[in-house]
Design a protein around this ligand. Structure first.
Ligand code: HEC
Ligand code: HEC
Length: 403
C-alpha cells in the first residue's frame, strides 16, 4: 500500500500542512489560503448563483416539490440528505417514525434546514402556512453524495464524489413547464447521467456525472479538455446549465448565454476553484484489491497493455501534452447512434481520463459504456488487439482498483 491513512493520520497531516503554510509566507500562491478554500466550500455546497430564476420562475420545481416530492420519493431519485444538518429532534423523529417520510411537508422542512444536498429552498409564511416559495440548485447536487452512515441516502457529505444515484433527468422531467417531447428526452437519461449540452445543441447524448475530485495537476478540464482550468467549466455549468446569473461565451462552440443583468458567478469562481483543487481522489478501501495481483497488473499497464503511453504521470493522464482524436478512444461510437460527444465539444477531441480514485465511480468512459473495470480492460484488449491473457486482464483490473 502506498498510503497509510486514518482519520488521525489525516488530521496530523492537515496540521503539518497548516504549519507549513505559516512558514512559507515568502512563496505566495504555493499554499491555498484556508479562508478562500472555506469560502469555496460554501459556494460549492450552497451557492445557487441566483439560479432560482430557472428552477422556480421557469421550471416551477417549487410547486412540484411541495405537492408531490416526499422524502422517500426524493431518495428514490437519488437526492441525498446531509445528516449533519439535522437537529437531534429530527434525527429522533426519523428513527422512531414520528416524522412522516411519505409527506412532501417533510421535504419542505428538510429544505428549510438546508439538509437536502444540492438543493436550496426558501420557505415563507403564505396565508398562515409555511410554503416553499423559491428553489435552486448547487454544484453539490451532481458532484456530492453522502456516506450513508445514518441510513441509505442519509449521511455525511462527500464533496467531489459524483452522485451516480441521482437521476437529474427524472427530476427535471417533473417540471410542469416542459412540453412532452422535451420531457421524454429528460426521462430517457437514467441514473448518474446528465447531458450538459442538450439545451444548447438539441442532441440527446447524456454523459456520466464525473467526479469533481482529483483534479489538482490535471492540465485540461472535462472529458474533452475544453478548459485549461476548472473555472472555465464552472462558469459554463453555473450559467448555461444551472441557470445562474452571469454570462458565458466560447467562440469555439458559439455558446453565448447571458442570464439576468447582474453577475452572481464571476466573483465566486476563484474561491470555488481553490476548494475544488483541495478535493483529493479517495484512496481504495483497505482490502478492496489483491496487492500481489495489482503489482503484476502495474507491469501489464506499463508494458503489454500500453496503457501508460496515454495514462502517464502522477495523475495518469497526458493531458498536459496532448488531447486525442475520437479514433483513439474505445468508447466510441456512442450508444444509440448519437453523434460523437467530442464533435459537440470545443476541442472535438478527448482528454486521457485521470485514473486516481477510479475504483469509486463506475460506470466508465464519458458515456458509461463500460459497466465495470473488467469491462474497460476487456474492451481495450479487444478493440486495441492487445492479446492480453485472461490472467493479465485480471491482474490489470486489480491494479486499476488500487489507484
Ligand atoms: C446537473 C448535474 C451537474 C451539475 C449541477 C454540475 N455539474 Fe459538473 N459536470 C456534470 C457533467 C455531466 C459533467 C461532464 C462534462 C464533460 O466532461 O464534458 C461535469 C463536469 C464537471 C467538471 C469536469 C471534471 C473533469 O474531469 O475535468 C467539473 C470540474 C465540474 N463539473 C464542476 C462543477 C461545478 C463547480 C458545478 C457548480 C458550478 C457543477 N459542476 C455543477 C454535471 C453537473
Ligand atoms: C490512446 C490513448 C489511450 C490508451 C493507450 C489507453 N487509454 Fe484509457 N483512456 C483514454 C482516453 C482518451 C479516455 C477517455 C475516454 C472516454 O471518456 O470515453 C480513457 C479512459 C479510460 C478509463 C475510464 C476513465 C473514467 O473515468 O471513466 C479507464 C479505466 C482507462 N482509460 C484505462 C485504460 C487502460 C487499462 C488502458 C490500457 C489497457 C488504457 N486506458 C489505454 C486514452 C487512452
Amino acid at each position: 500500500m502506498r498510503y497509510v491513512r486514518s482519520a488521525a493520520a489525516l488530521a496530523s497531516a492537515a496540521a503539518a500542512l497548516s504549519l507549513a503554510a505559516c512558514g512559507s509566507a515568502d512563496t505566495p500562491g504555493a499554499t491555498p489560503d484556508p479562508a478562500v478554500v472555506a469560502e469555496g466550500k460554501q459556494i460549492f455546497r450552497y451557492d445557487t448563483f441566483g439560479d432560482e430564476s430557472k428552477w422556480t420562475d421557469t421550471l416551477r420545481m417549487h410547486e412540484v416539490i411541495a405537492a408531490a416530492v416526499d422524502p422517500l420519493t426524493a431518495l428514490s431519485v437519488g437526492l441525498k440528505v446531509d445528516a449533519e444538518a439535522l437537529p437531534p429532534a429530527v434525527v429522533d423523529g426519523i428513527r422512531n417514525g414520528s416524522i412522516d417520510l411519505a409527506s412532501p411537508d417533510t421535504t419542505v422542512a428538510l429544505l428549510e434546514l438546508d439538509a437536502v444536498v444540492g438543493l436550496r429552498g426558501t420557505v415563507e409564511v403564505v396565508n398562515g402556512t409555511r410554503t416553499l416559495t423559491r428553489v435552486g440548485v448547487t454544484c453539490a447536487l451532481c458532484h456530492s453524495t453522502v456516506d450513508d452512515s445514518f441510513a441509505p441516502g442519509i449521511g455525511k457529505r462527500l464533496d467531489g464524489w459524483p452522485n451516480r444515484d441521482l437521476n437529474p433527468g427524472a427530476i427535471i422531467a417533473l417540471s410542469p413547464a416542459l412540453d412532452a417531447g422535451t420531457r421524454s428526452v429528460f426521462s430517457s437519461w437514467g441514473k448518474g447521467k446528465y447531458d450538459p449540452r442538450f439545451n444548447l445543441d438539441g442532441i440527446n447524448g447524456p454523459q456520466v456525472i464525473p467526479p469533481a475530485y482529483g483534479l489538482a495537476g490535471v492540465a485540461r478540464i472535462t472529458t474533452t479538455g475544453d478548459g485549461d482550468e476548472i473555472a472555465y467549466w464552472n462558469r459554463y455549468v453555473a450559467v448555461t446549465q444551472m441557470g445562474g446569473h452571469g454570462s458565458f461565451f466560447d467562440a469555439r462552440t458559439g455558446v453565448d448565454v447571458r442570464n439576468g443583468t447582474d453577475d452572481l458567478v464571476t466573483a465566486r469562481l476563484p474561491a470555488l476553484q481553490a476548494y475544488q483543487l483541495t478535493l483529493a481522489a479517495p484512496p481504495p478501501p483497505a482490502g478492496s484489491f489483491d496487492v500481489a495481483a495489482a503489482a503484476r497488473g502495474k507491469i501489464v499497464f506499463e508494458g503489454p497493455g500500453r496503457c501508460a503511453s496515454c495514462h502517464s504521470g502522477p495523475e495518469f493522464t497526458d493531458a498536459s501534452l496532448r488531447l486525442h482524436p475520437a479514433s483513439d478512444v474505445v468508447s466510441e461510437p456512442e450508444p444509440n447512434g448519437v453523434p460523437s460527444w467530442a464533435s459537440r465539444s470545443a476541442t472535438k477531441q478527448y482528454r486521457t481520463a485521470p485514473l486516481r480514485g477510479i475504483w469509486q465511480h463506475p460506470p466508465y468512459f464519458h458515456n458509461g459504456s463500460a459497466a465495470t473495470l473488467q469491462a474497460v480492460v476487456d474492451t481495450y484488449n479487444a478493440r486495441k488487439s492487445l492479446g492480453l491473457s485472461a490472467a493479465e486482464v485480471a491482474d490489470l483490473v486489480e491494479y486499476l482498483k488500487s489507484l
